[in-house]
Design a protein around this ligand. Structure first.
Ligand code: SF4
Length: 369
């Protein structure tokens, strides 16, 4: 299994919590940028001729903000330059405030079969507060265009003034709209973003409150048939994101576009975060790689354990042994002994008990070498 990630860095407006590589007010660069992305796809396609990829993911930024024909062109180029598996999963991230019938038609023609919608909350005032350009009506319009299709909705926890009642309304809206998948994650106020000031002023819910919202959300999602398969991801049976499952299995992926990261042949590398530099490099025929690190030895083992234990499937001793030739419980004997009470063991598999999954980062701190 291997994935392809394509970064589309343009947004209509910058959200107050956003720490991603996304540019508002620079959409006039879209045409030149997409031409460079097409070139990068060709450059990597030549290098990775022998590999089969079974997922493609258009992320951002807001891929649905730009002309849909650019997305069509990029997907066409992926199909031409890479060997895709027979039934690839092809996802696009969409902001409900940027969607139209014509765009959806073009995406479907391009072979996109999964849609990830940034709803965040069903409370319009909260959407406005965090600088989102959409409202609940836009979400309803967007999902009406996707009736019966495979789409996911993002739900954010920890917003200013957010209550459990708000979470209930949001999850009920998501369920009623027919989403097959939900990503529910806690807001992380990053230094340098406008929302960080609210955080410093103590205006955001604290860790315990967010934890309560999360537990409340997990129960409600379960009631509507969304089963947790990773700490922040929930799906109706059979609708788990194949693209993300590959990340947690420490599978390989190639990321293209400004700031995109890749993991290939044991190397983790990241493209430049600078839009102009990205385009200059590509136009000169160079890969725009900013950092490249070989992940090996203890670090690779830790990554394997940490990623697998984020999922409700857990870690397979056999898969670990196949990858590293040793037993993970022996490699991490001291940490394992200290954290054993948080695990459930079933044959070859070990997973974190449901009630501790949310704090898996703290549990796994002992595994860092
Ligand atoms: S839409 Fe997404 S990428 Fe764009 S500014 Fe908002 S959070 Fe950032």
């Amino acid at each position: 299994m291997a994935g392809i990630y394509l970064h589309i860095p343009f947004c209509k407006h910058k959200c107050t919590y956003c720490d991603f590589t996304s540019f508002a007010g620079r959409s006039e660069y879209a045409e030149a940028y997409m031409a460079c992305l097409i070139k990068e796809i060709e450059m990597w396609g030549e290098k990775l001729k022998e590999k089969t990829f079974d997922t493609v993911y258009f992320g951002g930024g807001t891929p649905s903000f730009i002309d849909p024909n650019y997305i069509y062109g990029a997907m066409n180029q992926v199909t031409k330059c890479f060997h895709l598996a027979k039934d690839p999963e092809v996802t696009i991230e969409m902001n409900p405030g940027t969607v139209s019938e014509k765009k959806i038609e073009t995406y479907l023609r391009a072979g996109i079969d999964r849609f990830s919608i940034g709803l965040q909350t069903a409370i319009d005032e909260q959407l406005q507060e965090i600088g989102r350009i959409h409202n609940v009506r836009d979400y309803l319009y967007c999902t009406s265009l996707l009736k019966g299709r495979n789409f996911s909705a993002d739900v954010m926890l920890g917003l200013k003034g957010q209550t459990k009642e708000d979470i209930r309304k949001t999850i009920e809206l998501v369920a009623a709209s027919g989403a097959k998948h939900v990503s529910m994650y806690a807001l992380t106020p990053e230094d340098g973003t406008p929302i960080y000031t609210d955080y410093l002023n103590g205006e955001l819910p604290d860790g315990d409150e967010v934890r309560e919202m999360y537990d409340f959300g997990v129960t409600l999602l379960k009631k509507y048939g969304y089963l947790r398969y990773e700490v922040s991801n929930f799906a109706k049976p059979g609708f788990e994101s194949r693209h993300n499952l590959n990340y947690w299995k420490r599978g390989e992926y190639i990321g293209m576009g400004v700031s995109a990261s890749s993991f290939l042949s044991g190397h983790r590398f990241t493209n430049t975060f600078d839009l102009d530099e990205y385009m200059k490099c590509i136009l000169s025929g160079f890969f725009p790689v900013l950092t490249d690190e070989e992940v090996k030895g203890e670090e690779a083992k830790f990554e394997f354990v940490m990623l697998a234990l984020r999922t409700t499937r857990g870690i397979s001793s056999k898969e670990y042994k196949d990858a590293f030739g040793s037993d993970w419980k022996e490699d991490f004997a001291e940490a394992y002994r200290k954290t054993k009470q948080y695990f459930i063991e079933e044959g070859d598999m070990t997973r974190i008990k449901d009630e501790y999954l949310y704090v898996q980062n703290q549990i796994l701190a002992d595994y860092i070498r």
